[in-house]
Design a protein around this ligand. Sequence first.
Ligand code: NAD
Length: 269
Amino acid sequence: MPYGKPQASRPRRDPGARFSNQTAIVTGAVGGIGSAIVEGFLAEGARVGLIDFNSQAGQAYEKALRQRGHEVCFVHADVARYEDCQAAYDRLARELGAADILVNNVGISPKTDGRALKVWEMPPQEWEAVVSVNLNSVFYMTRLAAPHMVGQRRGRVVNMSSVAGKAYCDIVAAHYAATKAALIGLTRHWAAELGEHQVTVNALAPGRIDTPLLRTVPREINDAVAQATALRRLGTPQEVADACLFFASDQARFVTGQVLDVAGGWLMT
Ligand SMILES: NC(=O)c1ccc[n+]([C@@H]2O[C@H](COP(=O)([O-])OP(=O)(O)OC[C@H]3O[C@@H](n4cnc5c(N)ncnc54)[C@H](O)[C@@H]3O)[C@@H](O)[C@H]2O)c1
């Protein structure tokens, strides 16, 4: 029994909810933005597959969500490895049904002593780790999810880019900027490839969002970003999740190949 026994507290499924009877898969699902996206989908009727390599937090989170009556399944995977992605996707498809929606949310932005390394300082291993997690995983997961979406002539892919993939941002290192820019190229390319099959592919470009990822730099830096942001504050994970749910929804059925800034007017291009 994949999701445990139905419980008295099970939320009533609203057949009019935007994602009822749909399966969404979210990578990096235990993190700040990932968990907000997971809960957004659950609140609107979806079954949600969670992928993350933080197994302890993932299992606790899965348990808590099931206790609230949600249909969720957590799978531990290192998305930098294709075999892990395949095993995770297959398990989630068995337990929840193949993905109608894929959110390629996972991302890392390593810092050393709170700062981004320059090109001459960067160990090749760090470069390769960021490319594997931020870029390769998006190819792996989309490759796995696309056949079902194409087959059913309906699907949504949302890629988590960043304003740092569109404009120069001195807080992040080149590997992060390069991978987030690459996701914009992938988004356009796959939107064109998958469009005739009624699968849309869009990207989000968050600005500075208050999550654990932010705490890798000194607080003064985040304060300075807030001051440089038109709305004079950092964003919340919920604000990114709201935009993600729009792209995944039927309201966005004629929107594809687009990048939406969720940045409060920071690094506007
Ligand atoms: N927070 C921001 O200001 C910001 C801004 C722009 C874009 N983004 C992007 O949003 C996404 C989510 O960021 P966040 O701030 O929520 O980060 P986070 O650090 O809070 O969460 C990232 C999650 O990914 C998981 N993860 C990391 N490496 C993994 C791997 N190899 N395999 C499986 N899981 C792995 C972590 O365990 C964590 O749960 C990322 O792609 C990030 O680049 C964040």
